[in-house]
Structure formats: C-alpha cells, structure tokens
Design a protein around this ligand. Structure first.
Ligand code: LRH
Ligand code: MN
Length: 430
C-alpha cells in the first residue's frame, strides 16, 4: 500500500498511548461484564464498521451566499482520493469513497481505481447530478431533470445516470444514488401526479440499465432547491417509487432532508420492515439541510437511528443491508478533520447501540414499562465507548488520537505548498 503518511509516524504517535488504551479497554470490559456484556463480542463488530466518505466533502463547502476555501484544497478527484486515504489511515473507519459525477469525472478510471487500491480504498455508491447544468450541455435543468415536461431534457438526465453507472462499473462500485431537486416554487406551477409519473418513466429506464448486482438508491428531500413542492419530498414518495421500480431500488435516508421535528428513526423502522432501506447520508442539522458534522448537534437522535439498525441486524431482518455514507459540508473546519471526527462519531454511535440489552428491552416493551425501556437505551448511549474505539484503531495500526495525529503530521501545510490557493467568490456547496 502506498500511504500518504508514513505508518511509522502513526506508530510513534501511538506509543505513548499503548498502555493506557489497554488499561482503559480492560476496565471497560470489566464494567460491561457486570452488565452481562462481553466486550470481546462487541469489539470485532466495531472494528468491521465502515462509513463511506463523500468525495465532495474533502474540499471546503459553502452556502448560497459564499464559500471560503481553505489551504491545500483538492484540485481533482486524485487529490480528493489522497485526502480520503489520510482520513482512513487515521481512523480506519472509512474504507470507501462515494463519488459525484461530473465533479469527479476524469480521463482514466482504471488509473483512478488503481490509485484507490494502492490506498486500500474502494468505491461506494456513485452520485449523479441533474441538479445543475453541465458545461456545454445542450439542455438545461432549470425546470427539472428526470421529471421535466420536455422529453428531451428527461432523456438527457437519464443518459447522465447511465453514464454514472458505466463509470461506477469501471471503479467497482455497485450502487447509484439518485437525488434530484425537481419541484416547484409556486402553487399551480407543477402538476404533482404527472410529475411523479414522469419520474417513474425516467427512473424505470435507469433501473433497467442496472447490472444485476447493483442497487439504485432514491434520496428524498423536503425542500431546496425547490421551495413550494419537491417531487420526491418524503419517504412516502420515495417508497412509492422504489416499490414501483422493483427489488433493486431502495430508499436512502439523508438525515438532514426532513422537517426539524420528524421522527427519522420511525421512518427507518418502516423502511427496514418493507425491505426498502437503502442506507444513509449521515450528517446533522438544526434547521434545514444544514449538512453539519454527524452527531455534532443531536447525538442522541443519531443514536436512536442506530438503535433501529442494530435491532434489525439482531433480529436478522430479511434484506437488511444498509449502505452507510457521510454527506456533509465543511464550511468552517478543515474538511479532513471533520470527516475523521464524524466517522468516529458514527462508529461510536454504532458501538453504543450494540450495548443495548435487547432481551431486557423486549421485556420492558412487552410489559409497557416505558421508563424501564427508555432507561435501557440511555444506559447504552451514556456509556463512554472511547476505549473500544481507541483499541480498535490501535490494533489496526491507525491513530489512537486521529485528529491530533493528523494535526501533528503537517499534512495540510504540505498540501498548501503543493496545491495552489483557490480564491473564494460565489456561493455553492463545492
Ligand atoms: C442533496 C444532497 C445529495 C447530494 C448533494 C451533494 O442535498 O444531500 O445527496 O447529491 O447533497
Ligand atoms: Mn445527501
């Protein structure tokens, strides 16, 4: 493996931690054993946990008002891949990258795949983009893409998704995420039922082009860029479409795509029961699609989602194979640090959810012992699983303290030398 940072540097960083990590791990093991939990049963599951990095997240993000690029911004998909390798080398919880086309288009995908393998990385779901006009594209998506009233625009959007599948096949990806911003800004502007019919007509063509071992993820979103109606506005519209489109098509849940008070874990439970849960775009939000770092605002909300996921795995629910991805916009932090931290936060939340005493919870629910039940969840959520995360990283040759190790590596300063500074200017998420 050709790693961007010398593994010896990480090993040296870990030296000071080794004895403490072992002691803390053994101590937590004793505490968990008193709760009837075998830490040796939990740790391998945590070690096997992985969440994909969004390629568009390693560059500084922005809003419609402005974007303030940082130092050493990635120039192309190869720079992004190198930054993703730094993140995985640190936290060892992000073995795959989710690409976005055309932002990650390049001339040689075999070379890109080779570079990823050299970094020990793979490719998760591909993301198509018919929410902005491609340079030189004959037709505009101003009034929609897969649901546009003009069949030629729909055909252009379908063709783009088929191209994303071809690129993904060359890279070893096995899924396509389709999020479209199609909708309306004025009452009366769009015929809701006809727009949905056009969506099905277009996505049916994309689904028909899926290789047999691929899946297509439909991503719903309450609003933005359309602010009166959105064609795939909620899980209901997504589920109706995924059901109509067949077993290879499922519903992806981006945590930030719901109204603030929506019970997302209940939506997750419904999609699991229907065998239609594609997976997640993890992030956090307080108001809208804020794309903040996962678990940075409402860690308990993230935990309640993972509680449903761990319960489904525990009960061996049929067809349960969710894809885990981050989808964040890093406007004021070093994106690499945010992604290292967010991947750890998601892995931490998974570890906590593994600590829920499922048998006792079943009993409390059966007995309508509301407080007993919710205290079982709190007991797991309030367990500091840091020793397990540090132990897993140390055993994997990753950094016990990944953000500190990244800062000490001077990687960002080196990239600032190698990569020309990018000026700020107009808004936009990338
Ligand atoms: C839409 C979205 C979608 C991506 C985009 C970058 O808000 O969540 O998943 O294509 O962000
Ligand atoms: Mn998303």
């Amino acid at each position: 493996m050709q790693l961007p940072i010398d593994p010896q540097f990480i090993a040296a960083q870990n030296e000071a931690w080794r004895r403490h990590v072992r002691n803390d791990y053994e101590h937590l093991g004793e505490q968990l054993a008193r709760r009837g939990i075998d830490i040796a049963h939990i740790t391998p599951q945590v070690a096997a946990f992985g969440v994909a990095i969004p390629s568009w997240g390693v560059g500084t993000g922005g809003t419609r008002f402005a974007r303030f690029p940082g130092l050493g911004e990635p120039r192309d998909v190869f720079d992004k891949l190198q930054d993703c390798a730094v993140i995985h080398q640190r936290g060892h919880a992000t073995p795959t990258v989710s690409l976005h086309i055309p932002w990650d288009r390049c001339s040689d995908y075999a070379e890109l795949r080779g570079q990823a393998q050299a970094y020990g990385l793979g490719f998760d779901a591909m993301n198509s983009n018919t929410f902005s006009d491609q340079p030189g594209a004959p037709l505009s998506y101003k009034f929609g893409s897969l649901t546009h009233t003009d069949a030629a625009v729909r055909a252009q959007a379908v063709a783009h998704n088929l191209e994303c599948i071809e690129i993904g096949r060359a890279l070893g990806s096995q899924a396509l995420t389709v999020w479209i911003g199609d909708g309306s800004n004025f009452p009366g502007q769009q015929h809701f039922r006809r727009a949905f019919d056009r969506y099905l007509e277009s996505t049916r063509q994309i689904a028909a082009a899926l290789p047999p071992d691929w899946r297509m993820f439909l991503e719903h979103k309450i609003c933005e860029p359309a602010f009166y109606s959105t064609v795939i506005q909620d899980w209901g519209s997504s589920y109706l479409a995924a059901t109509a489109l067949g077993p290879q098509v499922q519903c992806l849940v981006d945590l930030g795509h719901h109204a603030p008070s929506v019970n997302i874990e209940l939506i997750v439970a419904r999609l699991i029961a229907a065998g239609k849960l594609a997976g997640f775009h993890f992030n956090d939000s307080k108001y809208g699609d804020d794309d903040l770092d996962a678990g940075s605002v409402s860690p308990y909300r993230l935990f309640l989602v993972f509680n449903e996921l761990v319960a489904a795995a525990h009960e061996h629910v049929a067809g349960f194979a969710p894809a885990y991805m981050l989808d964040q916009s890093h406007n004021v932090t070093d994106p690499i640090e945010s992604l290292i931290d967010s991947a750890e936060q998601v892995q931490r939340t998974y570890a906590q959810a593994l600590l829920v005493d499922r048998a006792a919870l079943d009993e409390a629910q059966q007995a309508n012992d509301a407080l007993g039940a919710t205290r079982l969840l709190k007991a797991a959520f309030q367990t500091d699983v840091t020793p397990i995360l540090q132990f897993v990283r140390m055993e994997a040759g990753a950094a016990v303290a990944p953000v500190a190790a990244y800062r000490a590596s001077g990687y960002r300063a080196r990239m600032a030398q190698q990569r020309p500074a990018r000026s700020g200017g107009g808004g936009g998420i990338v």
